[in-house]
Write a protein that binds this ligand. Structure first.
Ligand code: GDP
Length: 596
């Protein structure tokens, strides 16, 4: 049976192409809002970080009504680093709206999500936005979009997609540029006509697959998903099962059920096939859970959430300078904030360590963790972090396994050589190389996750900020051997009477980690390095032992506290990284670590 009164769509857009304005306008013009009632809160407004990085991080839901049909609109994350989020979102919908700026054209950043949508056979409506711009070139942009579709192996049906021209800012959309502009109606109509209504069996046993998790201080975790079969009702008994956890058989009673309405969640008593619902009151609800009626619970297959592959220590700042830059500095603050993050981010792991001052935070990649770090710093948390390290595993025979990633890279043609060279050095294997398209070449690398550590910044420099990189976890594979970095790194060691601390940094890594006996971790920031003398300027933002070194050169620090020279074994005891350290009194080079 089809739910003709519902449409579920996802929006794909490059940052600034007008997604927020468009959704605002759909909201304003939909039945939810009475005439002249302003939409005060911007719907899908990206947070600062999303805007700066040009990617959407969290997916958000909105619902609008048009002619008695409810249109659920879901924002798509722009990056593959977030543990299958893209696929999860796209599995809730029956079609997508691709918003493209009529001047800028389709940007490579949207390719990853678009490719997924096309692979899942979803129909696409192309909305050429900002046609009011004087430089708008809608016809060329349409050609470019179609070329992109072909490049991404779109089917014939998908290539035959409708185009809607819009000026979200003016609140108008047209199907033909000569049409008279009035309102968004043509876009609404196209959504109703072209995007199929969701289907399912309303009389079957209930199945709701949870695809996203939201969190609210008052009600706790909220599971969001689509009703795939049957009906879910407040007061009904249900069983929660999960394809990847055969033992999960939790009996629950549905106490609170919501649907989306405009920008809000509203209470409903029941919901049927095709509805996107939010459910609170199940404390441990998680992504991938299926909520079933008790008769014969069966889990809906679901892409497993990617495992964390990278970890960092988040360390309390206990220097005399703590509190100068942030409001929240204590171990308690840090702990609460990190554990709170687990409520909504299922790809994240937080572990306490022996020291109450340090937490091991594992995530899907450097980008994933750096977004968390930046968010926390902006919220006023002051803390230090260690260098990222890869999470290794062992197979049954004790052989070392390491996480592998696929890196999808779009790079301006002139930088292709540099990127291939750099990634090859980092043990990347080029799997696919597309032909040049619009000045960009697509490269696909299979690469150890450790090879990507610290690479993103270098990549942006090497491509003058124009390269785009998405990564996706591929699986664990036998350790690929050593990475030989060309850049040199140094270890600096300070003896401070009661302990020795060591710091490791490379030319690219400004963060510095000090590890002392008893696994005590300190950290600082490399301010600069003198290329001629190799002197290092270090700003030590956390240590109990070193004072007066807020800004001292390594040379001076070394003079004051002569370093202890370590043997290789000793150094490795302290520093768990995949680079081998050759220690000399004054510096050391990063070399290979012999693992076999
Ligand atoms: P988002 O990042 O995709 O959500 O983009 P926004 O909706 O925030 O829009 C980015 C910028 O483009 C804002 O300054 C908007 O005012 C502007 N904008 C959005 N739609 C239009 C349009 O149809 N025409 C013009 N000229 N500007 C637009």
């Amino acid at each position: 049976t089809k739910r003709e009164d519902v449409r579920n769509i996802a929006i794909i857009a490059h940052v600034d192409h007008g997604k927020t304005t468009l959704v605002d306008e759909l909201l304003k013009q939909s039945g939810v809002f009475r005439e002249n009632q302003a939409v005060e809160e911007r719907v899908m407004d990206s947070n600062d970080i999303e805007r700066e990085r040009g990617i959407t991080i969290l997916s958000k839901n909105t619902a609008v009504y048009y002619k008695g049909t409810k249109i659920n609109i879901i924002d798509t994350p722009g990056h593959a680093d977030f543990g299958g989020e893209v696929e999860r979102v796209l599995k809730m919908v029956n079609g997508v709206v691709l918003v493209v700026d009529a001047f800028e054209g389709a940007m490579p950043q949207t390719k990853f999500v678009l490719r997924k949508a096309l692979e899942l056979s979803l129909p696409v409506i192309v909305c050429i936005n900002k046609i009011d711009r004087p430089e708008a070139r809608p016809d060329e942009v349409i050609d470019e979009v179609l070329e992109l579709f072909m490049d991404l192996d779109a089917s014939d049906e998908q290539l035959d997609c409708p185009f809607v021209y819009a000026s979200a800012k003016a609140g108008v959309a047209v199907l033909d540029l000569t049409d008279e502009e009035r309102d968004m109606q043509p876009l609404f109509e196209t959504i109703l006509d072209y995007i199929p209504a969701p289907e399912g069996d309303p009389d079957a046993d209930t199945q709701v697959l949870i695809s996203t998790i939201d969190y609210n201080e008052y009600v706790g975790r909220i599971g969001i998903g689509k009703v795939d079969n049957g009906t879910i009702k407040v007061g009904m008994d249900a069983v929660v099962v999960n394809e990847h956890e055969p033992d999960r058989q939790e009996k629950v009673r549905i106490s609170k059920l919501y649907e989306f309405d405009g920008l809000n969640k509203v209470d409903v008593k029941e919901a049927s096939i095709g509805s996107i619902v939010a459910i609170s009151g199940i404390a441990d609800i998680s992504i991938g859970d299926t909520i079933c009626s008790p008769e014969n619970p069966s889990a809906i297959p679901f892409q497993k959430i990617s495992e964390p592959t990278i970890a960092m220590q988040f360390i309390v700042n206990d220097s005399p300078f703590a509190g100068l830059e942030g409001k929240y500095v204590t171990s308690r603050h840090l702990r609460d904030r990190l554990f709170r993050e687990l409520n909504t981010d299922v790809s994240l792991r937080v572990e306490e360590s022996e020291s109450t001052d340090s937490f091991k935070v594992s995530g899907r990649g450097e980008l994933h963790l750096s977004v968390l770090i930046e968010n926390m710093r902006r919220e006023g948390y002051e803390f230090a972090v260690s260098k990222a390290e890869v999470l290794y595993k062992q197979d049954e025979n004790g052989k070392l396994l390491e996480p592998m990633e696929i890196a999808y890279i779009d790079v301006p043609d002139e930088f292709t050589g540099t990127v291939i060279e750099k990634l090859s050095q980092r043990k990347g294997e080029l799997q696919n190389m597309g032909t040049s398209n619009g000045g960009y070449t697509r490269l696909e690398f299979l690469i150890p996750a450790r090879g990507l550590i610290g690479y993103r910044g270098e990549f942006l420099t090497d491509t003058k900020g124009n390269g785009i990189m998405n990564t996706a976890f591929e699986g664990y594979a036998p350790y690929k051997g050593d990475i030989q970095y060309r850049k040199s790194g140094s270890l600096i060691a300070f003896e401070t009477g009661e302990s020795v601390t060591y710091g490791l940094f490379g030319a690219q890594e400004r963060g510095i980690l000090f590890i002392g006996p008893g696994e005590k971790v300190y950290s600082g920031m490399v301010i600069g390095q003198n290329a001629k003398t190799d002197d290092i300027e270090v700003n030590i933002c956390k240590t109990k032992h070193l004072t007066n070194t807020r800004s001292s050169s390594a040379d001076e620090a070394l003079r004051l506290t002569p370093p202890k020279v370590l043997s290789l074994e000793e150094a490795l005891d302290f520093i768990d990284t995949d680079e081998l350290l050759e220690v000399t009194p004054k510096s050391l080079r990063i070399r290979k670590k012999i693992l076999d």
